[in-house]
Design a protein around this ligand. Structure first.
Ligand SMILES: [Zn+2]
Ligand SMILES: [Zn+2]
Length: 268
């Protein structure tokens, strides 16, 4: 496994990983692809013309340091568990269903705009960049925090993703996490397992925390053989963690040996 970007270790100042030198910087690649695009490309984070994600927006990401994140819910600043997960009885669904969890960055500028541009405005060219962000996060985490997140990528037998509902699929014309999972798997060499289907049509973003927890119950079904497998489950945003927990619990129910979760953004 090789890092294509190594942006996270650069931005986090955690020291360069040993295999980054021969590779093109992320911003350069984004800029180059922008020139090749037929229509004028604007930054999904700030609307500036030139690149899909500009250098300022990349630098503005509030990256989560995997050496100091909550391994249960991906929150930043939880040296072992975050303040929410370390309180008895909270986030219990997540802790039971997920073995470990991490997220690339805090859900703050520019990620809300970038994710919205990708999911709702149909800027599908963002998929490979979001895949690389996830990939670098996982790679970085297992290197800099081996005792907490070792093998989170290299130890996975397959990558699964939290699927869209049929209604969301129809509205957007694509499954937004599948479109990220595919390039993620190409980068990592870990096979894709399209293991879950999702029922229901609710858009959860308008709901409160409790409502989300309830609606998320029982919405997934495992449609591939996951028995005995160690899975890495990817999703876009962790808010309460209910979605990730429910999807993971279903995979465990179907026999998965382990499920780690990784998300692009963590609301915190
Ligand atoms: Zn920007
Ligand atoms: Zn936590």
């Amino acid at each position: 496994m090789k890092s294509h970007l190594n942006i996270l270790s650069r931005l986090q100042g955690a020291g360069a990983l040993p295999f980054a030198d021969e590779l093109l910087p992320f911003a350069e690649r984004v800029a180059r692809e922008a020139l090749e695009a037929l229509s004028p490309t604007r930054c999904a984070g700030c609307e500036r013309a030139g690149a899909l994600i500009c250098q300022d927006c990349l630098a503005a990401l509030t990256l989560i340091d995997p050496r100091h994140s909550c391994t249960r819910c991906g929150a930043p600043f939880g040296d072992l568990l975050c303040t929410e997960c370390s309180v008895e009885g909270t986030s219990s669904a997540m802790s039971e269903a997920l073995d470990r969890c991490l997220a690339c960055a805090v859900y703050a500028h520019p990620l809300p705009r970038i994710i919205k541009a990708y999911k709702d405005a149909g800027e599908r060219r963002l998929a490979p960049y979001l895949a690389e962000l996830l990939y670098d996060t996982a790679l970085h985490a297992q290197v800099v925090a081996p005792e907490r997140l070792g093998g989170v990528l290299s130890g996975a037998d397959a990558v699964a993703f939290v699927p869209a509902t049929a209604a969301a699929f129809r509205r957007r014309g694509f499954d937004h996490m599948e479109a990220i999972a595919r390039p993620f798997c190409e980068l990592s060499g870990v096979p894709l397992l399209d293991a879950l289907v999702k029922y229901g049509h609710g858009d959860q973003r308008e709901l409160g925390r409790e409502e989300r927890r309830e609606r998320a119950q029982g919405m997934y079904e495992t449609v591939e053989d996951v028995h005995g497998r160690r899975l890495l489950l990817i999703d876009d945003v962790i808010t309460t963690g209910a979605t990730m927990a429910t999807a993971s619990a279903e995979l465990k129910r179907a026999g998965a040996a382990a499920v780690d979760g990784i998300a692009i953004a963590r609301v915190w």
